[in-house]
Design a protein around this ligand. Structure first.
Ligand SMILES: [Zn+2]
Length: 632
């Protein structure tokens, strides 16, 4: 085997040994990197749940409830005794729908019981006035991983995947009391209904341009698109009044709504709702049904077997009570010293960003001022929140209920809480991610960044690592999140998170040229598991580029900085081994590019990469200076 050189392939050079040794667990699609940290957190917290339950002592009422839910979800015998019955009881309401009028009057019940409908109504921040809320309406999703599978060129994959789905649906439907030929009819009708949705629904690429979700319309206008569905009746039921404005997130879907949902397709809808609703419920039924229902997603991701009942129970309980669980994790496993150190790094990065904006060549003076204002007002959330939001007070359930009924109760409480926010101000103090999550984010509508405690560990960050390593790890990730304020989406929102054009025309045109170049830098790259769509992942790639630019700037001012350590740790954080099926699926559903490209493409835009390792035209990771892109 030829020896890998860092100049040709940074990712493989750094990670070869780790990749050779990594074994993807049977119940997971991926190993290494983020998922390795997540597995560690999971193991730690499962141990905590077990110890709390055993000792009968809990730090607070929320953890006590989380452990109670954990116990119910983990009790295979109890779940087997309930069997499929709780799901069939829940779905029985569909029989009461004989007309679109019935559907309208039963909408709230359907929604509260988590039964799929072709329209989803929620309350979200008004993207043009982020202090208040508005009603949003969205269509249904497709059975396939993404609506793009309904494009003609994807026909072979579509047929294959829907074949798998129909097989899984057949096994689960056999558990119902319907006659075999009726079961098959339901499945065929569900597929027919899904095909109509597929022609109307947005693809992940369309969803990735999130400012395009904002299409406020008068309620009458939207109601007129819904044909026989009585939007006024539905809204009055949900809100006790009919709000004037509804934001349509998917205009094409609602323009074509009458072809999807009318008295002619009502039966198709009911069968679709029954089959997809039953499959959705499977994870909360017996272990046999959880296994059956999970087979479709496992086929899509190449996973061999379902996770253990303990892991499943932990994931469920820690998801429902995520904020209190995250606070517990953060307080216990993330020290104050680390929080202080990391917060300093964040402000150093923000300050450096401001300096870089001042000398940026894309922006004119007026636009620079706005960009700096946006940085000055950016919120910073590091570690975990101080207190649990009031929603968790309300998340109580009957401990005698079946697991499915418990989850339906919890979902209904969450929905009620979300809808009750319509006339209340937004709460920018809420955290977008819990403390035990290995992830980070920028919220464009709040203009803040969130770094949960769980990502603030090695290889991303450690007090034991060198400054250069931390800058190549968490530093670049912090820079990444800040850069989302100025990516192809974030650039359209102002310092308060409102959709607002703060650019001059000339500045935006120059910016857009860079966006196009960034699309081209990734577009069409062939990997063993498929081809990259540059437009779909452009905002994340811009963020990686910005994160690297700002941290390399800090490196240049850091005494004793080691570029070798910086780039090596940058490549290390992306070390990941994934199943090919999973990698293929991510290409169409994940706005982030594949890990190997995130490690290997950004460095070649920067002079420091070439000087640190003497990279020349002869090397694999060389691009000519006129192709190098630095935006921020
Ligand atoms: Zn990102």
């Amino acid at each position: 085997m030829e020896k890998i050189r860092i100049q040709d392939d940074l990712y493989t050079f750094v990670n070869q040994k780790a990749l050779d040794e990594l074994v993807i667990p049977d119940d997971k699609p991926v190993a290494g990197g983020f998922s390795e940290l997540a597995d560690g957190v999971e193991k730690t917290m499962m141990g905590e749940f077990e110890a709390m339950t055993e000792g009968g002592e809990f730090p607070d009422e929320y953890l006590e409830r989380a452990c109670a839910l954990y116990a119910i979800a983990k009790d295979a015998e109890r779940k087997a005794a309930h069997g499929v019955a709780p799901a069939l009881k829940n779905l029985a309401v569909l029989e009461d729908i004989k007309t679109l009028g019935d559907f309208s009057r039963l909408y709230k019940t359907l929604s509260r019981r988590s039964i799929p409908t072709p329209l989803n109504i929620g309350v979200e921040t008004d993207m043009k006035n982020t202090k208040r809320h508005l009603v949003y309406i969205q269509g249904a999703g497709v059975i396939l991983p993404d609506a793009s599978y309904y494009k003609p060129e994807m026909a072979p994959q579509k047929e294959q995947i829907l074949g798998i789905w129909a097989g899984v649906a057949g096994m689960v439907m056999a558990k119902t009391d319907l006659a075999p030929e009726v079961q098959q009819q339901y499945i065929q009708d569900a597929l027919a209904f899904d095909a109509i949705i597929g022609g109307l629904a947005k693809t992940s690429e369309e969803w990735s341009r999130y400012v395009e979700m904002y299409n406020p319309m008068s309620t009458e206008e939207v109601a007129a698109q819904l044909g026989g569905v009585e939007l006024g009746v539905i809204l009055a039921d949900l809100f006790g009044r009919v709000p004037e404005t509804v934001v349509v997130t998917e205009p094409r879907y609602f323009e074509g709504f009458s072809t999807l949902f009318s008295s002619e397709t009502l039966e198709l809808y009911k069968h679709w709702a029954y089959v997809t609703g039953l499959l959705k419920a499977c994870s909360y039924l017996s272990e046999e049904l959880r296994d059956m229902g999970g087979a479709y997603m496992r086929a899509l991701t190449g996973v061999a077997k379902m996770s253990s009942v303990e892991k499943f129970a932990y994931q469920l309980a820690s998801g429902v009570y995520s904020e209190p669980v995250g606070i517990y994790y953060g307080e216990k496993y993330f020290g104050k010293e680390a929080k202080k150190d990391i917060t300093e790094i964040v402000y150093q990065i923000i300050d450096t960003y401001k300096e870089r904006i001042k000398t940026n060549e894309i922006l004119g003076e007026a636009t620079k001022e706005k960009a700096i204002l946006k940085l000055s007002k950016m919120g910073v959330k590091m570690g975990y929140p101080d207190k649990v939001r009031p929603l968790y007070e309300k998340l109580v359930f009957n401990r005698e209920d079946s697991l499915l009924d418990v989850m339906l109760t919890i979902n209904a409480i969450r929905e009620e809480d979300m809808l009750s926010k319509l006339d209340k101000p937004t709460e920018p103090e809420n955290w977008a991610m819990p403390g035990h999550m290995v992830n980070a984010c920028y919220d464009p509508f709040v203009n803040d960044i969130t770094f949960p405690a769980a990502i603030l560990q090695a290889p991303f960050y450690s007090l034991k690592q060198t400054r250069s390593e931390n800058l190549g790890g968490i530093g670049a990730v912090i820079g990444h999140e800040i850069s989302h304020a100025f990516d192809s989406n974030g650039a359209k929102c102002d310092e308060n998170g409102n959709i607002n054009n703060w650019w001059t025309e000339e500045d935006f045109a120059r910016f857009d040229t860079k966006v196009q170049a960034m699309i081209e830098q990734f577009d069409g790259i062939e990997l063993p598991w498929g081809k990259v769509n540059g437009a779909f992942i452009v905002s994340e790639n811009m963020a990686d580029n910005g994160g690297m630019a700002v941290t390399l700037d800090i490196m240049s001012k850091t005494e004793g900085a080691s570029y070798e350590e910086y780039f090596t740790n940058w490549a290390r954080v992306w070390c990941q081994k994934a199943r090919p099926e999973y990698s293929t699926m991510l290409l169409s559903v994940d706005v982030h590019g594949p890990c190997v490209l995130r490690a290997n493409i950004p460095p070649r835009n920067f002079r420091e990469w070439y000087t640190a390792f003497g990279v020349t035209e002869e090397d694999g990771m060389y691009i000519s200076p006129n192709k190098r892109i630095v935006i921020w």
